[in-house]
Ligand binder design. Structure first.
Ligand SMILES: Cc1ncc(C[n+]2csc(CCOP(=O)(O)OP(=O)(O)O)c2C)c(N)n1
Ligand code: SF4
Ligand SMILES: [Mg+2]
Length: 246
């Protein structure tokens, strides 16, 4: 019988709610890090939010950052330790709202780091407030009648924005809402990490993920809602291919 190698996650069960998309994202990143042989040579900077729970499941070295600052901290990590795989793992509120300056500057400076942003369309950890990624008409605790895009802005699309910085390494958006998308996501994660290893510059993978707890839906309803209401605003795919493939 073939024994599958286990990704370098810790033995503790994760601390995410059942049906949460963070766990799948953690697992995929762990598998790819292990495939490249960096399980003992990675440093991940964590945003504030449910992403902090990665602390309990992730086997690599981690740095917990102040809210929104993980892309700045990971830039410094790579300067100090160019030999490690330097990744940040952040939520949409962390990376695209409070930390939008740090996120854009890391990309603009073409730091040779890999940024993962888990976009669940809300500030999950603090109870489901509206984020800049909340989709039109989405009900949150601070948009109780549904998000009004005329007064609060339209969904923030940072991968589309940074993919105009065409000196950088790689940009993609994936999702964990179906098996097909999970398989595609693994390819994006692999491409982003390989771009860093080859010194091709900044890479970003946004990962669409369900948050059944704050969406007030069960998992099945959450996945259907993503397909119908989230994907039209956040199409998946590669936005900026690796340098050799452009
Ligand atoms: C400076 C600061 N402001 C506000 C907060 C409160 N806070 C904690 S988590 C969070 C939102 C996190 O949302 P997101 O990054 O989308 O992560 P998620 O929990 O959705 O995965 C906020 C506003 C904080 N911890 N620090
Ligand atoms: S609140 Fe949402 S994002 Fe946070 S662990 Fe629960 S399901 Fe996941
Ligand atoms: Mg969020």
């Amino acid at each position: 019988m073939k024994t599958l190698k286990r990704p370098f996650m810790q033995d503790e069960p994760n601390h995410f709610c059942s049906g949460c998309g963070h766990g799948i994202a953690n697992r995929i990143i762990a598998e790819v890090v292990e495939e490249f042989g960096y399980e003992k040579k990675s440093i991940t900077t964590l945003g504030v939010g449910c992403s902090c729970n990665m602390n309990f499941s992730w086997g690599g070295d981690k740095l917990q950052c102040a809210h929104g600052r993980a892309s700045a901290v990971v830039t410094g990590v790579k300067v100090a330790r160019p030999d490690v795989l330097a990744m940040s793992y952040q939520g949409d509120g962390d990376a695209y709202v409070i930390g939008i300056a740090e996120t854009l500057n890391a990309a603009y400076r073409n730091a040779n780091v890999t940024v993962f942003v888990i976009n669940n369309n809300n500030f999950a950890m603090t109870g489901g407030q509206m984020s800049w990624t909340t989709v039109p008409d989405q009900i949150t605790t601070t948009s109780s009648r549904g998000r009004d895009v005329y007064t609060t802005g339209t969904p923030m699309k940072v991968p589309e924005m940074v993919s105009t910085f065409d000196n950088i390494g790689y940009v993609a958006r994936g999702s964990v809402h179906s098996v097909k998308e999970i398989n595609a996501l693994k390819k994006y994660v692999r491409a982003a990490i390989e771009a860093q290893i080859n010194g091709e510059g900044y890479s970003l993978v946004e990962i669409l993920a369900p948050c059944p707890t704050n969406w007030g839906l069960n998992l099945e309803e959450s996945l259907k809602w993503m397909e119908k209401d989230v994907l039209p605003h956040y199409p998946t795919g590669e936005l900026l291919k690796r340098k050799g493939d452009r």
